[in-house]
Write a protein that binds this ligand. Structure first.
Ligand SMILES: Cc1cc2nc3c(=O)[nH]c(=O)nc-3n(C[C@H](O)[C@H](O)[C@H](O)COP(=O)(O)OP(=O)(O)OC[C@H]3O[C@@H](n4cnc5c(N)ncnc54)[C@H](O)[C@@H]3O)c2cc1C
Length: 519
């Protein structure tokens, strides 16, 4: 059977418009924000879960590897095709919100739904998911996040995305459909993840190596009535982590994030300037406050705060605090301020602006047109100072070469739940664009020529940073093909992991190479 005949069969069974083979689409779909894979045979974009399962069975039955892709916003070589006999599965048309049960407190979606779409659909019901999306949620999908593991909105309380899932429907490599959680039983609803062993967990953060998530059921909670940001400046990393640790320990912030001076300067540069832009931002920010008095107080603090504070050196730390009454909010804010008393309070413009417009189409290059490579490691707070020193030493040792090549390293920090600290160095360098960058970069961003020398420096520094994170006991979200999930594991663990992979994907055709799992 020729590949052309296989494609015809796929068109016939799953719909002609679900098979895409034009060169530009193949190229675009084989790139993520950081790298490029092999050019696949086709992009398969099924419109229904049934078509997804049929198509996967047909493709893998013909020996064609399948690589699930959501919004394509990742940068860890996570869905990139490894050979020409492969298909990228585009989940973009699997974007239905199947059921919202606002009383039972769960929602079932097809996995191509974006976080922005989901949040907009839930808002009229007065509910939201406890983890409600990454900054990239305008484009990033629920399926991508659950397969990667993502952090941001809600992560101060709940940690990463996998902590807020009730069940999944997964298409295995041979096309079988498996429903995990209570919803997998005839006549039962998907309200409970914990009936028996946690088979849902096995498919979370799997980088798509164990199957294609077709549907996901997520828990719901009432949207908080009172939300307010507060920000602080700390002179050193120790002061920053002390504040983030104690606020996290006491469960006070829905989001907790911080920026080193380089990120804060970038934030200041990126924010649109001028009276009209300031007024637009102000209207959005004031809209997040509840009640006329709170709106006025917020407006006064933001207007008086101006922009000048963004230029202040040090670690800028931002918390978003939620509550169900003004009194509860005031109590929480007072406790956050006590934990941050060793810093200086700043205007709350950054967390308020973030909440005012949580999801917008984000550029994948810096405003200077540079390539961007974020890395991250997650450690307990006690391990953060040593990791900080190790990563700073890696940058310092290369400083002259980095400066000469125009490479910048900026670092952001996030609190995940009560006990985990996410350390995120982001590397910027001038380089040429790929087709992916062309399509996802707004007009007017500067262009740069090919820069293989800078690229090689970045690649070497990236490896050193990942090794340092590993040496400091870090774990990672977004493993893809980048982070060393299998490093340092026992033989028993590796044999078990390979057995699991074989059980769901005996011929290694489901996103082969993801998780670093060789057959
Ligand atoms: C500007 C920008 C901002 C970002 N902000 C954040 C942030 O705030 N927090 C954060 O954690 N990350 C962030 N990211 C990283 C990225 O957006 C997230 O990891 C996001 O979850 C990726 O989702 P996606 O739908 O684009 O997944 P993709 O990039 O398409 O895929 C990611 C992985 O999931 C797999 N996959 C996708 N869909 C499925 C499916 N249905 N079934 C099985 N496997 C699947 C793929 O094979 C791949 O391994 C950001 C990235 C950018 C570029």
């Amino acid at each position: 059977v020729t590949d052309a005949a296989i494609l015809d069969d796929l068109r016939h069974r799953c719909g002609a418009d679900s098979v895409v083979t034009d060169a530009d689409t193949l190229r675009f779909m084989s790139q993520d924000t950081a790298a490029e894979g092999a050019l696949p045979l086709l992009v398969f974009a099924p419109e229904t879960v049934e078509a997804l399962a049929d198509g996967v069975a047909l493709l893998t039955g013909a020996g064609i590897a399948v690589h699930p892709r959501g919004g394509g916003m990742s940068y860890t070589d996570a869905f990139l095709p490894q050979s020409a006999r492969s298909a990228v599965i585009d989940t973009g048309r699997l974007n239905r919100i199947t059921e919202i049960d606002a009383d039972g407190l769960w929602v079932t979606v097809e996995t191509g739904v974006t976080w922005a779409e989901l949040d907009a659909a839930l808002a009229p019901h007065g509910v939201r998911t406890p983890f409600w999306g990454p900054f990239s949620g305008y484009t990033a999908t629920v399926g991508g996040s659950l397969s990667q593991g993502t952090a941001t909105f809600g992560s101060g309380r709940i940690g990463s995305s996998g902590n807020a899932v009730l069940g999944l429907e997964v298409v295995l490599a041979d096309g079988r459909r498996v429903v995990t959680g209570s919803g997998g039983r005839e006549g039962a609803t998907p309200f409970d993840r914990n009936y028996g062993p946690d088979l849902t967990g096995m498919f979370l953060q799997d980088a798509g190596a164990f199957g294609v998530k077709a549907r996901a059921t997520l828990p719901l909670e009432p949207r908080p009535s009172h939300v307010e940001g507060c920000s602080f400046l700390f002179n050193d990393f120790g002061g920053l982590t002390q504040a983030m640790r104690t606020v996290a320990r006491d469960g006070l912030a829905a989001e907790s994030f911080a920026m080193d001076p380089v990120v804060t300067r970038q934030f200041a540069d990126q924010t649109p300037k001028g009276l009209a832009a300031d007024l637009r931002a102000l209207v959005g920010i004031v809209g997040t406050a509840r009640g006329p008095l709170a709106k006025l107080r917020t407006a006064v603090r933001v207007v008086l705060g101006g922009r000048g504070f963004l230029a202040r050196e040090g670690y800028h730390c931002h918390f978003t605090v939620e509550a169900d009454s003004a009194r509860e909010l005031a109590g929480r804010l007072a406790r956050v301020r006590r934990h941050c008393a060793h810093g200086q309070e700043l205007p709350p413009t950054v967390p308020q602006a973030t909440r005012a417009a949580p999801f917008s189409p984000l550029p994948v290059l810096s405003p200077k047109g540079e390539r961007v490579l974020p890395l991250h490691g997650i450690v307990p707070y006690a391990a953060a100072p040593a990791l900080d020193a190790a990563l700073k030493a890696i940058v310092a040792a290369r400083r002259p070469a980095l400066d000469a090549a125009g490479i910048t390293v900026a670092t952001a920090f996030f609190g995940l739940g009560r006990n985990a600290f996410l350390y995120e160095p982001v590397i910027y360098w001038p380089d040429a664009r790929t087709l992916y960058h062309e399509r996802r970069t707004p007009e007017g961003f500067p262009r740069h020529p090919e820069n293989p020398a800078a690229r090689a420096l970045v690649a070497a520094m990236k490896d050193d940073m990942i090794d340092a994170m590993s040496a400091h006991g870090a774990s990672h979200l977004q493993i893809g093909r980048l982070y060393p999930w299998t490093r340092g594991r026992s033989d028993a663990f590796m044999a078990f992991a390979r057995d699991l992979k074989r059980a769901v994907d005996p011929h290694n055709l489901m996103n082969p190479g993801a998780l670093g799992l060789a057959p």
